[in-house]
Design a protein around this ligand. Structure first.
Ligand code: TYM
Length: 328
């Protein structure tokens, strides 16, 4: 059976970008593949060096994964830092990762701009840790959103380079996976770019109806089109992109028609969008709260997941050690 691996950083609650960019694929893939889904807590140290309460944020993401429908009996659902073999593989990959290529990664350059006082080596080598996460299970498919494309390219480089350096055909190059023909980018509603935790524009699965409404109603729009069938400027295109993701097709078509004949009222559109987002989030929100209250269950899931992931990781690592020339 083909192997799948993917993770999410525990730097905040799960938001709609995480769900539609990644988790939605996880839900489908867990029925068809051998899956490893994890909470990338080591990665979060690159931006959050003093995690206030890492145990709680990990627990929350775990509950959110479960509330979305990840089945821990089907997929290995685990915490990255429970699988220390990943750190050893990261070390080996770093020995063959070059400063020039790491410095060229766009997300690294962004972080240099946004956190100039903390340009740490973990940030620089973020892509090799991510590659280790994936190839430690010899995963071939990686469900991720569009923002991870460059990291995935790097993961393929590192897998290929390992094979070349040691003269083996050991790792397969992992490919990004998307449910539809193209990678998903869930937009932010603040005018431009993607939805994200660090962008400060996220709508979280745990948000209540009032919070969702408040966030959607203040989405950036404009005074409306004056020419029929005109092209949508980015903030408006983003509103429509969000509606396409969460609403019925007929709802989208209705507002699209109003846009095209210049009679759209963005207030109405936002109200509908907020309702549809709430309809989607409400049942998940309830399950998150239920699951969070069950500490014992969460602990059991994390333990079980770590066992499954460590079995797979230990096998790879023993073979990798042998290939490099260490005792297995
Ligand atoms: P992270 O934690 O930023 O996001 C987790 C997943 O959610 C997707 N995503 C989005 N997709 C579409 N539109 C958006 N606005 C949006 N925002 C987030 C991301 O693409 C991602 O799939 N580096 C990763 C975590 C990671 C990982 C891995 C992923 C660590 N190791 C190994 C895959 C394989 C990250 O920071 O994702």
């Amino acid at each position: 059976m083909e192997i799948v691996a993917s993770g999410i950083r525990p730097t905040g609650n799960l938001h709609l970008g995480n769900y539609f960019g990644a988790v939605k694929s996880f839900l489908q893939m867990q029925n068809e593949y051998q899956c490893y889904f994890f909470i990338a807590d080591w990665h979060s140290l690159t931006t959050h060096p003093h995690p206030d309460n890492i145990r709680n944020s990990v627990k929350t993401i775990l509950a959110e994964y479960l509330a979305c429908g990840i089945d821990p009996e089907k997929a290995a659902l685990y915490v990255q830092s429970d699988v220390r073999e990943v750190a050893e593989l990261y070390l080996y990959l770093n020995m063959n990762a070059y400063l020039g290529e790491l410095e060229r990664v766009t997300s690294f350059k962004d972080k240099v701009r946004t956190q100039p006082n903390n340009v740490n080596a973990g940030l620089l080598t973020y892509p090799s840790l991510m590659a280790a996460d994936i190839i430690i299970h010899k995963a071939v498919k990686v469900p991720v959103g569009k923002d991870q494309e460059q990291n995935m390219e790097m993961a393929r480089h590192f897998a290929r380079r390992f094979n070349n350096i040691y003269g083996v055909d050991y790792f397969t190059e992992p490919a990004s996976f998307h449910l539809s023909a193209k990678a998903v980018k869930v937009p932010g509603l603040d005018g431009s770019g993607k939805m994200g935790k660090s962008e400060g524009n996220a709508i979280y699965l745990i948000d209540d109806e009032k919070t969702i409404k408040k966030k959607v109603m203040k989405a950036v729009s404009d005074s409306g089109p004056t020419e029929p069938n005109s092209e949508k400027p980015e903030p408006i295109a983003n509103l429509f992109a969000m509606m396409e993701i969460v609403s019925e097709q007929s709802t989208y078509d209705h507002f699209n028609e109003l846009y095209n004949n210049c009679s759209i009222r963005y207030g109405d559109m936002k109200k509908q969008l907020a309702e549809d987002i709430n309809l989607f989030c409400a049942p998940i929100r309830e399950r998150i709260l239920d699951i969070l209250a069950n500490e014992e269950y969460l602990e059991k899931v994390a333990r079980q997941g770590a066992e499954k992931a460590r079995a797979s990781a230990a096998k790879t690592l023993s073979e990798v050690r042998q290939i490099i020339g260490f005792r297995p």
